[in-house]
Design a protein around this ligand. Structure first.
Ligand code: PBG
Length: 337
């Protein structure tokens, strides 16, 4: 009688079997290399004018823009789950946008209103202020535009003014997301001069010109305005060494933390930055990445919660200190449950 499933002679393994350590749940728990906690998440939020206002974002199901009062409630929820910080982005109404992006340094702009309110009501949560002109300008570019050209040094001047009003409104971390040259040093110098030496800079250092920002541009209302692309300032996504030079320069200029963005298609960059430098590196799981997981889950193509957690663990495994993710609250709740 021959056996139905005869065993192969495995003596060549010399007793080594990798599966031995995956045999049971407790063993897998015991040898897990990477852990994910709510402290790993930074929650990006979109601010709108008004009272008790929430608006849906068609391309980001489950994410809503919120008026300041609702944002305060969201900040409380986030703090209760152990999320350390929020990253705020304003949806500036059209009538306040202009070619000079002057709203960026209005001390009473939406961003500043939101930060003052959250600082007052939820002082235990950190506030990260995005600095870039696309959220305030009439043409959706991150810089001032003259004859189709993005002006570097003139843009930096506006960004510095923007960073200062944000620091005055309570920003703990200034996060320039524009990719102009020299903005980190300029902002550092101005912050110190104005008495904000304790305010940190998280630089969007390795920010690639990406198709994955689409839903964000709908969320902040810059997408319809944008003509052309951002390839004269954001990185060419074929380049990895150049991205490292950007990171090196930002650290040299005084960045306390750096960021790689987008996230999932750039985990190689997260790992390279982690292995090359000794400052905290964050990754941004951007709007298009969120949308891919959410829409695929809604269509029944993937298990949403499982895919969310797997994607977030990937960032930690790649060496990120933390992740900016629209899943922050949902993932933190799942971890705390
Ligand atoms: C703007 C900015 C963008 C994002 C963050 N800050 C968009 C862009 O550069 O066009 C994208 C975030 C996301 O897609 O979730 N300076």
């Amino acid at each position: 009688m021959t056996e139905r499933w005869p065993r192969h002679d495995m003596s060549f393994l010399n007793g080594v079997r990798q599966r031995r350590m995956r045999r049971t749940g407790w063993l897998r728990d015991m040898v897990r290399e990477t852990v994910l906690t709510p402290h790993d998440f930074i929650w990006p939020l979109f601010v709108i004018e008004g009272q008790n206002e929430k608006t849906a974002i068609r391309t980001m199901p489950g994410v809503e823009r919120m008026s300041v009062d609702l944002l305060v409630a969201a900040a409380k929820d986030a703090a209760a789950e152990g999320i350390p910080a929020l990253a705020l982005f304003p949806n500036t109404p059209g009538h306040l946008r202009n070619e000079d992006a002057t709203e960026a340094y209005n001390p009473d702009n939406l961003m500043c209103q939101a930060m003052r309110a959250i600082k007052q009501a939820v002082p235990e949560i950190g506030l990260i202020a995005d600095v870039a002109l696309d959220e305030y300008s009439s043409d959706g570019q991150d810089g001032l535009v003259r004859d189709g050209e993005i002006l570097n040094d003139e843009t930096v001047n506006v960004m510095v003014r923007s960073a200062i009003v944000q620091a005055r409104a309570g920003a703990d971390i200034i996060a320039p997301s524009d990719m102009m040259d020299g903005r980190v040093a300029a902002i550092r110098q101005a912050l110190d001069a104005e008495g904000f030496s304790h305010v940190a800079i998280m630089s969007y250092s390795a920010k690639f010109a990406s198709a994955y920002y689409g839903p964000f541009r709908e969320a902040v209302g810059s997408g319809d305005r944008l003509k052309g692309d951002k390839r004269t300032y954001q990185l060419d996504f074929a380049n990895s060494d150049e991205a490292l030079r950007e990171v090196a320069q930002d650290i040299e200029e005084g960045a306390d933390m750096v960021m790689v963005k987008p996230g999932m298609p750039y985990l190689d960059m997260v790992r390279r930055v982690r292995d090359t430098f000794d400052v905290p590196v964050f990754a941004y799981q951007v709007s298009g990445e969120y949308a891919m997981i959410r829409f695929a889950a809604d269509a029944g193509a993937i298990a949403g919660e499982a895919a969310m957690m797997e994607s977030l663990m990937g960032f930690k495994r790649a060496g990120a200190s933390g992740v900016l993710t629209y899943f922050a609250l949902e993932a933190a709740r799942l971890l705390n449950a």
